[in-house]
Design a protein around this ligand. Structure first.
Ligand code: ATP
Length: 190
């Protein structure tokens, strides 16, 4: 079974993430998409980053009705900072029957050669790449384990959403209703 891994801080998860994940699950040979929530970096505390459990809970609520989606807290339990290759190796050991692919935006390819053990990521796993604005041409695309996937460009970010909340503006339609309710009830991002 092929699984696409979608890494992010998901602070909070929004429709931009969900649309891309759904396209990956519905238009490629990936059978599932796992959302890998990044933990807080203890050495680099980031203001405005919700606790990892709250971000995890919002992802879980957002995806509960899609059987192709799962959320993982695997990186909460791995050494920090998280490196994609460590997470991949760990997941592969735990799930030897599965084939893992990393879902990335095209803008990541420019710096991909600086990722830890990037060649191992390419050779042993592979990338499923969706278009992003201002992505520079990259030779990484030529690797046989890199697959380009057609998807719309969605200019929605968690930063934009957090700013709306801070300004007491609605985030309806930008995040699933259940996420908007959690944000309002728990007074996140105010
Ligand atoms: P922030 O605004 O806080 O930086 P973000 O919206 O970019 O957050 P992340 O949790 O960092 O969200 O995103 C996880 C992954 O999804 C990243 O690789 C990011 O580039 C990608 N991503 C975020 N928003 C979109 C979008 N609208 N379309 C496609 N990819 C996105």
């Amino acid at each position: 079974m092929k699984i696409g891994l979608f890494f992010g801080s998901f602070n909070p998860i929004h429709v931009g993430h969900l649309i891309i994940a759904n396209i990956m699950a519905e238009t490629t040979d990936l059978q599932k998409v796992w959302f890998i929530v990044s933990p807080q970096n203890p050495f680099k505390p980031s203001k405005g980053l919700l606790h990892e459990f709250d971000r995890y809970d919002m992802v879980r609520a957002a995806i509960h009705d899609n059987f192709k989606f799962e959320v993982s807290d695997i990186e909460f339990h791995l050494p920090k900072p998280s490196y994609t290759i460590h997470t991949l190796v760990h997941l592969q050991e735990r799930h030897p029957d599965k084939q893992f692919k990393v879902i990335v935006g095209e803008d990541n390819l420019e710096r991909f050669a600086h990722w830890k053990n990037y060649q191992q990521i390419l050779d042993n796993y592979g990338l499923y790449v969706y278009p992003r604005p201002n992505a520079q041409p990259s030779h990484i695309k030529l690797h046989p384990n890199v697959q380009m996937v057609e998807a719309p460009l969605l200019d929605i970010s968690a930063t934009f959403i957090r700013n709306k909340i801070r300004n007491n503006q609605s985030v309806r339609y930008l995040v699933p209703d259940v996420v908007a309710e959690m944000i309002a009830t728990k007074k996140f991002y105010l």
